[in-house]
Each structure stands twice: as C-alpha cells, then as structure tokens.
Ligand binder design. Structure first.
Ligand code: HEC
Ligand code: HEC
Ligand code: HEC
Ligand code: HEC
Length: 145
C-alpha cells in the first residue's frame, strides 16, 4: 500500500492537470515566461500579428467580449494579444525544463500541437474576407520555429 501511494499521487497530479483544462487562461504563464528559454521564438512572435492583435481594438471595442475572444483571449489573465499558449496550450504544468525536455510528458500535461483547426477558431472559414484563410500561407507568415 505504502509503495502505491507515490504512484497514486503522481497519477492524480496528471489527472488534475488534464481536468483543469489546458485551454483555461488560469493555466497560462504568459509569453515572457516562455521567452526565458525560447528567446528567438518570442522575438518572432513579438514582431508578428498576434502580439499586437489587442491593439487593433479601439474605443468601446476594447471592452467588448465579442472582439476580445479573438483579439485578446487571455486578457482576464492580464496577458496581451494571442499568446503562445492560446496555440500551444496552457503552460503551467509543462513549462518546467525537465517536463519540456520530455515531449511525451509535456503533451500529457497540456502541451498541444497547433494545427489548422487551432487557427480556424479565430480565422473563421465563414468570415466575409475577400481572401479566404489559407493555412499553409498563414503558417509561413507566423513561422517562429
Ligand atoms: C525552462 C525553459 C523553458 C521554458 C520556460 C519553456 N520551454 Fe519550451 N522547451 C524547452 C526545452 C529545453 C525544450 C526541448 C526542445 C529544445 O531543446 O528546444 C522545449 C520544447 C518546446 C516545444 C517543442 C516540444 C516538442 O516536443 O515538440 C514547444 C512547442 C515549446 N517548448 C513551447 C513552449 C511554450 C509555449 C512555453 C511557455 C508556456 C515554453 N515552451 C516554456 C524549454 C523551455
Ligand atoms: C472570430 C475571431 C474574431 C472576432 C470575434 C473579431 N476579430 Fe477582428 N480580426 C480577426 C482576425 C483573424 C483578423 C486578421 C485579419 C484576417 O485574417 O481576417 C482581424 C482583424 C481585425 C482588424 C484589422 C483590420 C483588417 O481588416 O485587417 C480590426 C480593426 C479588427 N479585427 C477589429 C475587430 C473588432 C472591433 C471586433 C469586435 C467587434 C473584432 N475584430 C472581432 C478575428 C476576429
Ligand atoms: C497562432 C498560433 C501560435 C502562436 C501564438 C505561437 N505558436 Fe509556436 N507554433 C505554432 C505552430 C503552428 C507551430 C508549428 C508546429 C509544427 O508544425 O510542428 C509552432 C511551433 C513552435 C515551436 C517548435 C515546435 C517543434 O516541434 O519544433 C516552438 C518551440 C514554439 N512554437 C514556441 C512558441 C512560443 C514560445 C510562442 C510565444 C512566444 C509561440 N510559439 C507562439 C503556433 C503558434
Ligand atoms: C485566438 C485567436 C487566433 C488564433 C487561434 C489564431 N489567430 Fe491569427 N490572428 C488573430 C487576430 C485577432 C489577428 C489580427 C491581428 C492584427 O492584425 O492586429 C490575426 C492575424 C494573423 C495573421 C496576419 C493576417 C493578416 O491578414 O495580416 C496571420 C498570418 C495569422 N494570424 C496566422 C495564424 C495561424 C497560422 C494560426 C494557427 C496556427 C493563427 N493565426 C491562430 C487571431 C488568432
């Protein structure tokens, strides 16, 4: 029984991390924390469209949830723009270096692999844009890897 206890604790930590929902902004540590180890990725993100998306909103729209959901989805956590973790999953449980180096464990506790569906949450296929969203091209334009 005693030998089983640490195992049970370990499992419950993982279950907790999973059930806490990696998408929640409360799981987010913020782009600056990621920058500590991913400086070049952060630099590219910072120069790109997602770091500045909140600045697009002027006047009453700055407080309008209908706009914030795409332009500043992590605002309640005090984080600006479309964060690393909006695409990669909340980092609270994976940002420690020993977890990051273990790609299986990192994914188990919240790291996600962004794909086209991740983008389409905001780059809506049904939106009335003249130029439809082209995943491959859009991906190249935010390349930071
Ligand atoms: C303490 C340092 C550290 C921090 C903080 C950190 N990372 Fe990492 N990350 C690493 C290391 C080390 C790797 C392993 C790969 C490598 O050597 O680059 C990695 C790998 C990754 C990978 C690739 C994983 C894979 O297996 O394909 C992604 C994506 C990633 N990090 C995103 C993030 C995000 C987003 C944040 C912020 C929430 C973050 N990292 C914070 C150190 C860190
Ligand atoms: C479903 C996600 C979503 C919502 C909701 C949303 N936006 Fe956007 N917005 C985008 C995306 C994505 C872009 C980048 C252009 C593109 O690819 O469509 C954008 C671009 C913009 C731009 C730049 C101008 C342009 O046409 O490129 C402005 C200004 C803007 N949005 C304001 C707003 C305001 C104000 C609201 C709320 C009334 C809002 N947005 C709601 C996703 C959204
Ligand atoms: C708009 C969504 C989005 C944002 C925001 C974003 N990324 Fe990424 N990231 C991606 C995509 C897509 C890939 C490519 C995944 C693939 O195909 O392997 C990627 C790849 C990476 C990789 C390489 C993963 C690997 O397998 O080698 C790292 C590391 C990474 N991102 C870190 C970051 C950090 C740090 C930030 C914030 C400073 C950030 N990303 C912001 C979507 C995003
Ligand atoms: C949480 C919402 C959200 C997600 C998820 C998201 N984006 Fe965006 N993206 C935006 C907003 C908002 C803008 C507008 C930023 C601005 O122009 O100020 C934007 C702008 C862009 C632009 C510049 C578009 C232009 O016409 O200037 C590219 C390219 C882009 N996103 C690629 C991607 C890719 C690729 C992914 C998925 C890997 C992705 N985005 C995921 C919200 C999002």
């Amino acid at each position: 029984m005693r030998a089983l206890l640490p195992l049970a604790l370990g499992v419950s930590v993982v279950v907790f991390a999973l059930s806490a929902g990696a998408q929640g902004t409360s799981e987010q540590v913020g782009a600056l924390t990621c920058a500590g180890c991913h400086a070049s990725e952060h630099e590219k993100w910072h120069e790109g469209p997602h770091a500045r998306s909140a600045r697009r909103l002027v006047g009453v729209y700055r407080e309008d949830q209908a706009c914030l959901q795409c332009h500043a989805p992590s605002r309640e956590a005090g984080l600006k723009g479309v964060q690393c973790e909006t695409c990669h999953g909340g980092g609270r449980y994976y940002f420690a270096e020993y977890v990051m180096r273990d790609s299986e464990l990192a994914r188990l506790v919240g790291l996600r692999d962004p794909d086209e569906a991740t983008c389409r949450v905001c780059h809506d296929a049904n939106s009335a844009r003249l130029v439809p969203f082209d995943y491959e091209k859009a991906r190249e334009r935010i390349r930071h890897w």
